[in-house]
Design a protein around this ligand. Structure first.
Ligand code: ATR
Length: 307
């Protein structure tokens, strides 16, 4: 079964030896890699549990939570386009997820009430430590595409980690004004030495972007530019210098134009696979409260990407 619809939930555990206990909801959801990510870890941990995909239409997220809980589901991941609707449908939302404006992990209480969390931000911090052996909070960062869902979660995490500099760049500048205001409340108030504010916003097409990139240590792409193999880099990649760390949240294709060019410029680069794995592992930690076999998750996704 590639995915279930809400109407098919009664068949969820019919004739199945291993009961469906965890689910990802989205629309479309058919291509979600979450089962390939989570199932190897569940199996290794000896949980007799299946991880399934469930297609949920807009305005049905609250209903889906209730029906999935009644069907015996213990935990839910939420993917596009439902992360905001999920936040609104929760009984309790973690304050950090509230600021990120998105929920991607649902934990049920015994009575079926829904607690919402966001593991994208904390997963990103773990991904940076894994990829570059450095703490996110020690880096001057620039987020290209900070107005999108992933960009917002990552920018919030950077503020929480108290990064010395957070530059938010986006094609649509208006999206960044309220974000700057909100994140300024989270980040340390002291201005560090230098000409820049702790949090700045910039239009993607402002010529000052070159200088903003030059003054950063970690460049993060959270735009969707690069998803197609023929896509260009989201900004002129000859601006990348050898001192930069470059993280592209895209993992398929494995090497975007930005990552290829940045490597040619002498920078250290990483793709979004580590973010995918760590945000998933954090969800499992919420549900199972035990250490998670990360390498099996990585192997599961890598195999799925090869198919
Ligand atoms: P979401 O993540 O909220 O679903 P999205 O449409 O996937 O949003 O876009 C994610 C990010 O990619 C946004 O920052 C978006 O910029 P806008 O806020 O200006 O829409 C950015 N983005 C998408 N296409 C882009 C392009 N061709 N050039 C630059 N940025 C782009």
């Amino acid at each position: 079964m590639k995915y279930y619809t809400l109407d098919q939930l009664s068949t969820l555990n019919k004739n199945s030896r291993k009961l469906a206990r965890f689910a990802v909801i989205g629309n479309p959801v058919e291509h979600s890699l979450s089962p390939q990510l989570h199932q190897p870890a569940l199996d290794d941990l000896g949980r007799e549990a299946r991880y399934v995909r469930v297609e949920v239409k807009a305005n049905q997220v609250g209903k889906a939570f209730q029906e999935l809980h009644s069907a015996g589901i213990h935990g839910i991941n939420v993917t596009v386009p439902h992360k905001l609707e999920a936040l609104e449908a929760c009984d309790l939302v973690d304050p950090v997820a509230q600021i990120m404006g998105a929920v991607n992990t649902i934990v049920f209480d015994k009575d079926g009430s829904c607690n919402g969390f966001n593991t994208d931000g904390p997963g990103f911090a773990r991904a940076i430590r894994e990829e570059f052996s450095v703490d996110l909070g020690d880096l001057k960062v620039i987020i290209i595409g900070a107005g999108g869902g992933a960009g917002r979660a990552i920018a919030t995490q950077c503020a929480i980690e108290n990064c010395p500099q957070v530059i938010l760049a986006n094609r649509t500048l208006e999206k960044l004004h309220p974000m700057k205001e909100q994140l300024s409340k989270l980040i340390g108030s002291e201005n560090l030495k230098g000409p820049r504010d702790r949090i700045e916003i910039i239009d993607l097409f402002n010529p000052a972007l070159e200088e903003a990139i030059g003054s950063s240590e970690l460049i993060i792409n959270t735009t969707s530019v690069g998803l197609k193999a023929t896509d260009p880099s989201p900004f002129p990649s000859h601006w990348v210098e050898p001192h930069h760390l470059v993280y592209d949240t895209i993992y398929n294709p494995e090497r975007t134009r930005l990552l290829r060019d940045s490597r040619d410029q002498g920078a250290r680069v990483a793709n979004g696979l580590s973010l995918l794995i760590h945000q998933g592992a954090l969800s499992l930690e919420y549900w199972l409260n035990q250490d998670i076999p990360l390498e099996l998750m990585r192997e599961g996704v890598k195999n799925a990407l090869k198919e």
